[in-house]
Write a protein that binds this ligand. Structure first.
Ligand SMILES: [Zn+2]
Length: 153
């Protein structure tokens, strides 16, 4: 699925979800913002994706792994943290925004897009990522499901 950065998350929902912004949904067709991202920001993104402390920020965990639409080779996508190779592409990440009550929704492949394709997420995403501490880990599934329930009516 390809969605523009900072559009409201909609995916398979009936209505776009207010306060939930798409970031990093590359599709391989449309040009995306390219610029270098600081190593420290990439490390923080790796922490959000791979460290157990942030596991509750993950939701919609799937059994299969999505491949990269930019590489477009159907292959499995991996990244390395602390010398260990790990798979990407089987869940979404909910990152709390610095703006209270707002969130960014990204596929875990966002790390691969940043590391290998030079994709640069919006400034607000990076600022929010920098501000995230282990103690701030959120319960993504319940926050998301509550928002969807409230949005339905
Ligand atoms: Zn790729």
């Amino acid at each position: 699925m390809e969605y523009g950065d900072m559009t409201l998350f909609c995916a398979d929902l009936a209505n776009p979800l207010a306060g939930f912004f798409n970031v990093g949904w590359l599709g391989g067709k449309t040009k995306f913002p390219e610029a270098s991202v600081l190593d420290s920001d990439i490390e923080q993104l790796k922490s959000l994706i791979f460290l157990p402390a942030f596991r509750s920020c993950h939701f919609r965990i799937s059994r299969g792994f999505a491949s990269c639409p930019v590489c477009n080779d159907g292959g499995l996508v991996t990244s390395v943290i602390h010398g260990e190779t790990r798979m990407l592409g089987d869940f979404l990440i909910l990152l709390p925004s610095l703006k209270r009550g707002e969130y960014f929704v990204s596929p875990s492949l966002i790390l691969h897009y940043v590391e290998f394709h030079g994709y640069k997420p919006p400034k607000m995403y990076i600022d929010s990522l920098r501000a995230l501490n282990e103690g701030d880990a959120i319960s993504a599934a319940s926050i998301f499901n509550d928002a969807v329930s409230n949005n339905a009516g």
